[in-house]
Design a protein around this ligand. Structure first.
Ligand code: SAH
Ligand code: AVI
Length: 316
C-alpha cells in the first residue's frame, strides 16, 4: 500500500513538474477528481447548458435493449465510471438479457468509486460489483476470471479529454483487454455550433468554474502545493481548428506557487494553465481512432439534433 502511494505521489509530482514547465502550462484533467471534484462533475451533468449527459442518457435508453440483446454480455467493464448513473441503463438491459453479471467500474476517484460500488451492489442483487481504482491511461489488470463476452464501456464523452494520439493509445489499451466476441460501447460529443459547446463549459451558475478551480485544491491536498484557487479565473473557449474546448485557469495577479518536490513556480498575471481539452468528434474521426486501435464500428446512433453519438465497436 505504502509502495503504491509513494509511486502514485512520485508520478503526480513528475506530471506537475513537466506540465508547469511547458511554454503553455498544463495539468492533467484526472486531477479534477477527488470526492469534491466528482461531486462537482455530477452537478455539471444536471446543468441546463450541459446537454451531453441528458442526450447520452436518452440514447442509451433508446438503444441498449437492442444492442445488449444482441451481444448478451456477462461482464461490463467501464472506464471512468463516476457515479455510474447512466450505466444503470446498460446494467438493466444486461440483467434483462442474461440475468446475472459482473460489473467492473474503473476510476481514479477512489472514495467516490467506493460509494458508487456500494450503491450499485444494493440496487443489483444479481450483479457482482468489483470496483478497480486505477488510472486508465496506465496499464491495469482486470479482475481474473471475468465471464464472457464482456462489454467494455467508455461513456460521457470522456474520450474527448484526450488528444487524438492519446485517445488512440487509450483505445489500444481497451483493445488489448478485449477477447474476440467482446464489444466496446462509447459515447462521444459531436461537432456543432461552437456557441452551444461554449455555453456548456461556461454555465451561468459557475459550477464549471468551481470544478476547474478544484484541481488546484486537489494539488494542494495531495502534493502539498500552495495554490490560491481564488487567484485564478475560469476561461473556456472552443478552438475551431482542433475541434475542441480548452479549459484554462488564468492568473489574476503575478504569483509564486510552491510545490514540494517541484519548487517555486512563477505565474505571470494573465498567464494560464490549461487544465482540460474536450475534443469534439464526427463519425469519420471516431472511425479513424477505432481503426488505429484495431477496432471497427458496428453500430452508430445519434440524437435527432446530431448533438451526441453512442457507438458499438468490435475487435478486428
Ligand atoms: N462516466 C461518467 C463520469 C464521467 S466524468 C459519466 O458519463 O457521467 C469522468 C470520470 O473519469 C470521472 O469519474 C473521473 O474520476 C474519471 N477519470 C478521469 N481521468 C481518469 C483516469 N486517468 N483514469 C481513471 N479514471 C479517470
Ligand atoms: C468528463 N468529461 C467528458 C467532461 C467534459 O465535458 O469534457 C468534463 C467536464 N469539463 C467541464 N465540464 C465537464
Amino acid at each position: 500500500m505504502t509502495e503504491t502511494l509513494t509511486t502514485a505521489a512520485a508520478g503526480m509530482l513528475a506530471e506537475v513538474r513537466d506540465g508547469l514547465s511547458r511554454p503553455q502550462k498544463e495539468l492533467p484533467p484526472k486531477y479534477f477528481y477527488d470526492e469534491r471534484g466528482s461531486e462537482l462533475f455530477e452537478e455539471i451533468t444536471r446543468l441546463p447548458e450541459y446537454y451531453l449527459t441528458r442526450t447520452e442518457r436518452a440514447l442509451l435508453e433508446r438503444w441498449m435493449p437492442a444492442w445488449i440483446g444482441r451481444l448478451r454480455p456477462r461482464a461490463l467493464v467501464e472506464l471512468g465510471a463516476g457515479s455510474a448513473e447512466k450505466t444503470r441503463i446498460v446494467l438493466d438491459a444486461i440483467v434483462a438479457a442474461v440475468g446475472a453479471a459482473t460489473y467492473v467500474p474503473v476510476d481514479v476517484s477512489a472514495d467516490f468509486l467506493e460509494s458508487t460500488a456500494t450503491r450499485l451492489t444494493a440496487a443489483y442483487p444479481t450483479v457482482d460489483v468489483v470496483p478497480v481504482v486505477a488510472d486508465m491511461t496506465a496499464e491495469f489488470a482486470l479482475p481474473p476470471g471475468l465471464p464472457g463476452p464482456t462489454l467494455h464501456a467508455f461513456l460521457g464523452s470522456t474520450i474527448g479529454n484526450f488528444a487524438p494520439d492519446d485517445a488512440v493509445a487509450l483505445l489500444r489499451g481497451v483493445r488489448g483487454r478485449m477477447q474476440m466476441g467482446d464489444g466496446f460501447l462509447m459515447g462521444v460529443d459531436l461537432r456543432k455550433d461552437p456557441a452551444v459547446i461554449e455555453a456548456a463549459y461556461n454555465d451561468a451558475a459557475g459550477v464549471t468554474a468551481e470544478f476547474n478551480r478544484n484541481m488546484l485544491r486537489v494539488l494542494n491536498a495531495a502534493a502539498g502545493a500552495d495554490f490560491d484557487p481564488e487567484a485564478f479565473d475560469h476561461h473556456a473557449f472552443y478552438e475551431r481548428e482542433l475541434h475542441r474546448i480548452e479549459m484554462h485557469l488564468v492568473a489574476r495577479v503575478p504569483q509564486i506557487v510552491n510545490i514540494p518536490g517541484v519548487g517555486a513556480v512563477r505565474i505571470e498575471a494573465g498567464e494560464s494553465i490549461r487544465t482540460e481539452i474536450s475534443c469534439k468528434h464526427d463519425r469519420a474521426s471516431v472511425e479513424a481512432m477505432l481503426a488505429a486501435a484495431g477496432m471497427r464500428l458496428t453500430a452508430w446512433e445519434t440524437d435527432e439534433a446530431g448533438l451526441y453519438a453512442i457507438l458499438l465497436a468490435a475487435a478486428e
